[in-house]
Write a protein that binds this ligand. Structure first.
Ligand SMILES: C[S@@+](CC[C@H](N)C(=O)[O-])C[C@H]1O[C@@H](n2cnc3c(N)ncnc32)[C@H](O)[C@@H]1O
Length: 193
């Protein structure tokens, strides 16, 4: 296992007080419109902090697909979802480009703190194009990203994300404040695309 996925890293990602400006993850996702019956892809789910919050919001009539390129994270999310009694969470390891979830079916794709893992612009474009593939027309991708360029997590600026989203055929809005260190951007797949 890469040291990046060690127990300290996992604990930090599951610590609600530290994350997204201390926002309650259910309230944060509900504010985006995630609700009963929706299909959601948690793209780069990590240990599943947002996956389980989304599963609670979409309920038994909805579905959350949690994908990550790290198999140990996928296993962890499966265990956490089962322990919490969720039967509406599907998990899959991904090659990082073609996330194994249905095409054009997602009401929402969550991309939280994953863009800086893509080392080149081409890799970033590939991920955003993949998010666009997963979305239904009218669906939206929610990006949360570090603000600083070249900081501890080499952030992706809103302008660079907007440029990439346009290339992937998504209309982007933002940046919106999440915390001093993070911003949010919303990328919509136009109805009819
Ligand atoms: C900082 S963690 C964030 C996890 C989760 N989104 C959260 O906010 O709690 C980033 C995760 O994204 C995953 N990841 C990065 N790039 C990915 C890609 N192209 N496809 C799938 N997973 C990816 C990493 O393996 C890691 O688990």
């Amino acid at each position: 296992m890469s040291p990046r996925y060690d127990s300290e890293w996992i604990a930090r990602l599951l610590d609600g007080e530290e994350r997204f400006g201390g926002a309650d993850p259910r309230e944060m996702l509900a504010a985006e419109g995630i609700a009963e019956g929706h299909a959601v892809v948690d793209y780069g789910c990590g240990p599943g902090y947002l996956t389980l919050a989304a599963a609670e919001l979409v309920g038994a009539a909805g579905m959350v697909y949690a994908v990550d390129l790290e198999p140990s994270m996928v296993d962890l999310v499966s265990r956490r979802a089962a322990d919490a009694g969720f039967s509406n969470v599907g998990t899959a390891a991904s090659n990082g480009v073609n996330a194994p979830a249905p095409d054009g079916a997602a009401d929402f794709v969550i991309c939280a703190l994953i863009m800086h893992y893509q080392e080149t612009r081409e890799e970033r474009v590939a991920v955003v194009r993949d998010a666009a593939r997963l979305l239904r027309p009218g669906g939206k991708a929610v990006f949360v990203q570090w603000k600083s360029e070249g900081g501890r997590s080499s952030g992706v600026t809103f302008d660079s994300l907007a440029d990439i989203a346009a290339e992937a055929g998504l209309a982007i809005e933002g940046p919106y404040h999440v915390s001093d260190a993070q911003y949010k951007a919303i990328a919509r797949k136009e109805a009819g695309n």
